[in-house]
Design a protein around this ligand. Sequence first.
Ligand code: FAD
Length: 317
Amino acid sequence: MKVTEHLAKGECPQVSFEILPPLKGKSIESIYDHLDPLMDFKPAFINVTYHRSEQMFRKRTDGTFEKVDIRKRPGTVGICAAIMNHYKVDAVPHLICGGFSREETENALIDLNFLGIDNVLVLRGDAPANESFFEPDPNGHRYAVDLLCQVVRMNQGIYLEQDMQGGVKTSFCIGVAGYPEKHFEAPNMETDLGHLKNKVERGADYITTQMFFDNRRYFEFVEKCRKMGIQVPIIPGLKPITTKKQLTVLPHIFHVDIPEVLSAEILACKSDKEVEIVGKEWLIAQSRELKQAGVPGLHYYTLGKPSVICEAVRQIL
Ligand code: FAD
């Protein structure tokens, strides 16, 4: 079932979760252990992130080094299929431009269609850890909108081989990312929103936001989107802070602000156990306010601490 069909049920709020594939070498059981407690809340869908490979240097026996591509968290498509099979819940694989040629993207979409997966969240992805700027694969896409257009074309039965006739029309529901605090590379909010609008006009069915810790950022973002004519559902993305270190790590990685009241409370904590309590209470307050405002869904980034999210969601549903 498509994400938009879940949202159209109008149950406020639909809960969904995002998980990361485990590090290479771990079993699918680690995913089930992570998800089992979250399934009590009957999530509408589960997102599974995609991680591009990273270039590393491996030492040869003669002492010289060779550059190798290593994917630390493979398995997105397989995990989605396993989740759908194991829990009978919809899975939303993330697809990224980075490290993919158009052919590889097409093949991944064919796999997803054969597996009965109805949804994709299309993203650009970031530059690899050792590079400053995002560079697409020589035969890949530079922006999420280009990847989105490939999915839209496949939904129309148009494949890369132009002379191919009668290709099956897929029916992917397509999500894209939105940034209540602006994407870090965009020169300003208006330009960023223009690019978001372009993604919607080209066929995005809904938007999932980057995490934010101040609901006003989300409300203002939605208002600006609506004024620009972006009418698709905008699902807020939420994450609890559970360690003091995250006060610097989250702004660094995700380019988000942490409100002064929250950071002061966290800094006053004597241990990360206390931080967990503060982070959980903040998440509950954020979720309650968003629920009251009638948001289409509540999407939780579960990386690391599903137990905190369980305790929070239990209190707001
Ligand atoms: P885009 O929409 O392509 O935008 C990137 C930048 O380019 C923006 O500054 C935008 O304003 C600008 N831009 C867009 N279109 C154009 C254009 N036509 N011309 C000029 N400029 C343009 N990353 C992963 O690697 N794997 C994941 O699984 C993953 N999941 C995510 C899930 C969510 C909900 C979110 C919010 C982010 C996720 N990310 C993931 C991170 C994401 O890949 C990065 O934030 C990335 O830097 C931008 O991706 P995007 O899809 O928003 O890119």
